[in-house]
Write a protein that binds this ligand. Structure first.
Ligand code: PA5
Length: 423
């Protein structure tokens, strides 16, 4: 369970003053009368998910793990960020689990695409193309290249090494998958892209990466209860949602998600999409940004400490690291580091976090919200999903915006299609 500490947040209003508004919004969310109510399938997904399909995900993942060196996830936005966040958080950045998971379909960069194709050319490959609409251009462009490569490499067998995750009935990708005979998984109609890591969109790549998806769903399920109460005193996700609104009322328009674990950086990217796309509309919203400390204390740390007071920090602490190590002694002590000999490196990381909080809070005058998650397990990931889902739904509805649409992302597409000559 994620715990919340608002004692360093400099809130000028009492969170509990928002109890009535929170209760009314929670009721609308639960009974499906809130804005965007056709996209709230994630709320009860931990109970309602298709159990047969879930078993099939595990079976397919086990088969892929036997015959694949590189698993290519071809998708963009919500169709890849969650899977990547989960896999990096749980396996680490230099983990030794096989197969390797790599990403395509998320860029038009010719250099990136060419380098991926070169990297996979002599390896055993399985492709998972993921697109809810089935028409996203970055993904479709990459998939055509991948499909041709797979057919050249594997001939008839290519169809057994391509898996499509898409709408259950509509769209170009669904039609293509049916025609070619690909294994398919369904993206539910009522769960939007940025909430879809808990569906086959995220679960298949996560299972292929050797991660326990039963534990992930258990964490999600437990989160339904832990962040399910309309009473602010009992719901840390809602208190966080309200604290964000209060801080924006105090003039803070930027939220910096802080972590101290490099393997959490993609979690921050996923969080930025979840928060930015949900809340950034109607001329409102807090700009989500992120840093990894202590690395970025040597870059953006300067701005946080002494720059314009536009931001607050939300620290996502991890209580127990995946691996700890003891700092070694050195008789000669020429580097003067023996004062740390025998100490845990994670302890040093935590002392850095403590010192930073003090510096940013006391000298820098920057509000800090503290979130602590127990570890970086798949249970923790599932639980964290529910925490942030509930928080962003509440905080956006408090702005009277629809948390579940993204009309703004269509504008660039119209211009791009015209320039590309799409009819
Ligand atoms: O949150 C969203 O809906 C978007 O980020 C989509 O996930 C992204 O645009 C990809 O869309 P699709 O899955 O339809 O290819």
């Amino acid at each position: 369970m994620i715990t919340l500490d608002l004692n360093h947040a400099f809130l000028k209003e009492d969170v509990k003053a928002y109890q009535d508004q929170v209760r009314a919004i929670d009721e609308a969310l639960q009974n499906g009368t809130c804005k965007g109510n056709d996209f709230i399938g994630w709320l009860n997904w931990a109970n309602n998910y298709d159990k047969e399909e879930f078993s099939r995900i595990k079976e397919v993942a086990a088969k892929v793990r036997e015959n694949t060196e590189v698993f290519v996830v071809c998708g963009i936005g919500g169709s890849y960020l969650g899977a990547r966040a989960a896999i990096e958080m749980m396996n680490g950045l230099y983990g030794d689990k096989k197969p390797e998971i790599i990403y395509m379909g998320n860029t038009f960069s010719s250099t990136y695409i060419s380098q991926v194709m070169n990297y996979i050319k002599d390896k055993e490959v399985t492709v998972n193309v993921i697109s809810k609409s089935g028409t996203t251009t970055e993904t479709a462009l990459a998939f055509r290249i991948l499909k041709q490569f797979m057919e050249e490499k594997y001939g008839e067998d290519a169809k057994n090494r391509i898996i499509a995750t898409t709408d259950k009935a509509r769209g170009t990708l669904k039609a293509l998958a049916d025609k070619e005979g690909y294994e398919t998984f369904v993206i539910p109609d009522d769960i939007g892209g940025r909430f879809s890591v808990i569906t086959p969109v995220g679960l298949l790549p996560i299972a292929v990466a050797g991660i326990d998806i039963d534990a992930l769903m258990k964490g999600l399920h437990d989160g339904m209860g832990e962040y399910g109460d309309a009473d602010l005193e009992k719901n840390a996700a809602y208190r966080y949602a309200v604290a964000r609104r209060i801080l924006q009322n105090q003039g803070y328009d930027v939220e910096l998600l802080v972590n101290y674990e490099p393997q959490m950086q993609m979690v921050a990217e996923w969080w930025k999409q979840l928060f930015g796309e949900s809340e950034g509309k109607d001329g409102k919203g807090i700009l989500p940004d992120s840093v990894c400390f202590s690395t970025d204390l040597h870059s953006l740390g300067q701005f946080v400490q002494e720059g314009k007071k536009v931001l607050f920090e939300t620290n996502l602490y991890v209580e127990t690291p995946m691996i700890d190590l003891t700092f070694p002694n050195d008789e000669a002590n020429e580097d003067g580091m023996n004062y740390l000999a025998g100490k845990s490196v994670d302890w040093a990381n935590k002392m850095a976090a403590k010192g930073t909080l003090q510096a940013h809070e006391e000298t820098g005058g920057v509000p800090n919200i503290l979130l602590t998650m127990p570890g970086m397990t798949s249970y923790d990931f599932g639980n964290m999903c529910m925490f942030f889902f509930k928080a962003i739904a509440m905080t956006t509805l408090m702005n009277d915006s629809n948390p579940f649409n993204q009309p703004g992302v269509e504008v660039y597409k119209k211009n791009m299609f015209k320039l590309l000559g799409k009819e």
